[in-house]
Design a protein around this ligand. Structure first.
Ligand code: CUA
Length: 325
């Protein structure tokens, strides 16, 4: 998949790209229906209780000349049965679809065709397509119209995977594997966000789900499995050499090369991604230069240090990273 495919998929910008009220897949849709059902029931209860309260306050208000205390009522069996039964019925009406959906939204024991291990890091997302043998970061490419199984965990603290238009939140807990699945109705980019406070970079821990056609997905997987290893331009070649010399490779992996760092996001196919710095900036050479010049200035709390690179080193590294396709 070329860069244009992902970058060009932005389409018309949505006013609320992270709204659970605009579901774009079956998981988010069934959750949205539960939201609507509870809302209707709660509004009904609110109106009924407020009306009863208002009626009683007006009907039995104290009037001039009517100073005697109202006669006490010991019991009213009909009322008591009524206000026990009605909430019980309402709770059952909410519980049945909730429990039903909880089962429907649990992934099967045997993962389906695309299953992704999502690992939270301060402050980025590691995305391992276990059976396809592909690893990427921050941009989850999926074929649309298909169920994608996720198993989620964390490398450090608790994070929460939340792409509101596709599914509700699932926590990423260290030492534990949670499961979920997502599906997108249509091709497009679905914006998400870490939803559990995880440190200084929490607010900038974006996740993007990029839903493409089966064919585009297959091409993307193929490209990730067979990345171009040797850059074409002399500048990018110099960047590749620098990548090993200045320390990039101690944290980052580029498939097909001798760079196998494990601490930072995998950079295979980086030139095809639409964003850098965990979705904080669009992926342009100018932004990449700014990022390399001082990462913590762009992402407060970023574990990627300022390497005090010179301008020409930054140019070469930018050319190399943008050449990773
Ligand atoms: Cu990761 Cu908040």
């Amino acid at each position: 998949m070329g860069p244009s495919v992902i970058a060009g998929m932005a389409g018309a910008p949505l006013r609320y790209p992270q709204s659970a009220l605009a579901p774009a897949g079956p998981v988010a849709r069934s959750e949205f229906q539960l939201i609507q059902l509870s809302l209707v029931i709660m509004l009904g209860v609110f109106v009924a209780v407020t009306a009863a309260f208002a009626y009683t306050a007006v009907r039995y208000r104290s009037r001039p000349g009517n100073l005697a205390p109202a006669s006490a009522v010991d019991e009213n069996r009909r009322l008591e049965i009524g206000w026990t039964l009605v909430p019980l019925i309402l709770l059952v009406v909410m519980a049945v679809p909730t429990v039903k959906d909880s089962y429907a939204l649990t992934p099967p024991d045997t993962p389906r065709v695309v299953d992704v291990r999502v690992i939270g890091h301060q402050f980025w997302w590691e995305l391992q397509y276990t059976r396809l043998g592909v690893t990427t970061a921050n941009e989850l490419v999926i074929p649309y119209g298909r169920k994608i199984d996720l198993s989620l965990t964390s490398a450090d603290v608790i994070h929460s995977f939340w792409v509101p238009r596709l599914a509700g939140k699932t926590d990423l807990n260290p030492g534990q594997l949670n499961t979920a699945w997502i599906q997108a109705d249509r091709p497009g980019v679905y914006e998400g966000q870490c939803a559990e406070y995880c440190g200084l970079g929490h607010a900038n821990m974006h996740i993007r789900v990029v839903a493409v056609t089966d064919r585009e997905f297959a091409r993307w997987v193929d490209g990730m499995r067979h990345p171009r290893v040797t850059p074409a331009s002399a500048l990018a070649k110099r960047g590749m050499a620098l990548f090993g010399q200045v320390g990039c490779s101690s944290c980052h992996t580029v498939a097909g090369t001798r760079f196998h760092g494990q601490l930072g996001p995998e950079l295979t196919g980086m030139g095809n991604r639409a964003t850098i710095a965990a979705g904080t900036l669009t992926n342009t050479p100018a932004h990449l230069r700014r990022w390399l010049a001082n990462p913590p200035a762009i992402l407060p709390g970023s574990t990627m240090p300022d390497l005090h690179l010179t301008g020409s080193q930054i140019s070469a590294l930018t050319a190399y990273v943008e050449s990773l396709r």
